[in-house]
Design a protein around this ligand. Structure first.
Ligand code: PLP
Length: 417
């Protein structure tokens, strides 16, 4: 090996990152017990102990998703793995998909649907706003899509699309409803069965406070009926008497829902090797949240974002987006024109050990996004973040009324606002 390619001695040091408080839009700090769970010894994927853990994961996530759906399971990969598994399996090339596009992740749903061979129509609205239920119903009536796809909380704009009436509109016109709840599951109410959401997917690294790399999903019988019409089991594992379904084979093997259901179901038909440590992590995330209580967890997120916003306003900063439709777990705030946005973020990170988020596309350099998700969403962390931001802004030429922001945060936690 030429000497210039020799690894620097640092590479042989163990990992030792500086501590960070992750208050961006995700990933966020992981519950300590989740890290602990990930150090649990490996098991073989068909060891009865491991398959029992898989079943427990299904039971736990049914409660997290507030659903009776039998098929509530994990897709290995980040949140978009769950999105791709659903859309790839649900969309037969040529299907029409209506995407409710109110941010970057609406564009992602459009892109993935197009890759699946769908004819995509979008309903668009300005970033920072969401849709009225009537607008959505009218669009479904006009376009008659097989599938409606939407994000619940789009972290790019920090807006949450109300979903309670959209499921009924989809049923009225016989469309399936897919929802990306990556950033809201475990942080805001999502009543999968009550709101008639047919397929919902998430990720671990936001309000569930796990590491990125596992995507909990839930699908109801309407979705199962559609994807089963495309069931083709790969050669080499086909059970006796197997007959392929008539529908077009799903183009992805990894994200083939019928094969995944056979793997997660009583048949335990071999597919991929389940990501053992991520399953342990996902199980622990759900266990922690459910032992705290779902409604308690939602209330904690609401209180933390209310306190953060009170602090930001007390600094004279302007919040971003439609105030009636903000997510409870990430806040957009306009960057004061006097300051260098990257410098303030860098000082927050290096001097205070706190990460806040930048933004995408037209919002880059316009707003910061501050997350109050999962383990991070607590009074001490809101106070730390607000105090540090006040100091970093002052060093960079934006002077807020001293102490007003911290007082405003205390005001919310003391119940005075
Ligand atoms: C709403 C939403 N959907 C999808 C994703 C994609 O998630 P991942 O990066 O885990 O694939 C994100 C990530 O930020 C998100 O916020």
């Amino acid at each position: 090996m030429p000497s210039s390619d020799a690894p620097a001695p640092e590479i042989f040091k163990p990992l030792d990152p500086a501590p960070r408080l992750l208050m961006g839009p995700g990933p966020v700090n992981v519950y300590p017990s989740v890290l602990h769970a990930m150090a649990t010894p490996m098991l073989g994927q068909f060891d009865p102990q491991f398959t029992a853990y898989m079943n427990e994961v299904m039971v736990l996530y049914r409660q997290v998703f507030q659903t009776k759906n039998q098929w509530t399971l994990l897709i290995n990969g980040t949140a978009r793995a769950g999105i791709e598994a659903c859309l790839t399996s649900m969309i037969t090339p040529g299907d029409k998909v209506l995407v409710l596009n109110f941010g970057r992740f609406g564009h992602l749903l459009t892109e993935i649907s197009e890759r699946c061979g769908a004819t995509v129509v979008t309903l668009d609205t300005a970033w920072g706003t969401v849709f009225e239920a009537d607008q959505v119903r009218d669009a479904i009536k006009q376009h008659r899509p097989q599938i409606v796809a939407t994000v619940h909380g789009d972290t790019s704009t920090t807006m949450a699309q109300p979903l309670a009436e959209i499921g009924a509109a989809c049923r009225e016109f016989d469309a399936l409803l897919y929802v990306d709840a990556t950033a809201t599951l475990g942080g805001m109410e999502i009543d999968v069965d009550g709101w008639q959401l047919d397929a919902v997917t998430s990720g671990l690294q936001k309000c569930l406070s796990g590491p990125p790399g596992s995507s909990p999903i839930t699908i109801n019988q309407r979705i199962v009926d559609v994807v089963m019409r495309r069931k083709h089991i790969e050669e080499g594992i086909r059970p006796a008497g197997y007959q392929a379904a008539d529908g077009q084979r799903i183009q992805s093997n990894y994200f083939d829902l019928p094969m995944l259901l056979d793997y997660w179901g009583p048949q335990r038909l071999n597919h991929h090797t389940e990501s053992t440590s991520m399953l342990y992590a996902a199980r622990e995330c759900a266990r922690v949240i459910l032992s705290q209580g779902l409604q308690t967890t939602f209330a904690r997120h609401k209180q933390a974002s209310t306190a953060l916003r009170a602090g930001l306003r007390a600094m004279g900063l302007e919040l971003y987006g439609d105030e009636n439709h903000r997510m409870d777990n990430v806040t957009g705030v306009h960057i004061p024109s006097a300051v260098d946005s990257d410098k303030v973020r860098a000082e927050m990170l290096v001097d205070f050990g706190i990460e806040i988020g930048t933004s995408f596309g037209s919002l880059h350099g316009v707003i910061w996004r501050i997350g109050t998700m999962g383990y991070v969403c607590s009074k001490p962390n809101i106070l730390r973040c607000i105090s540090a931001l006040e100091a970093a802004l002052r060093r960079n030429g934006y002077v807020a009324p001293p102490g007003a922001a911290v007082d405003a945060v205390y005001g919310v936690y003391d119940g005075k606002k």
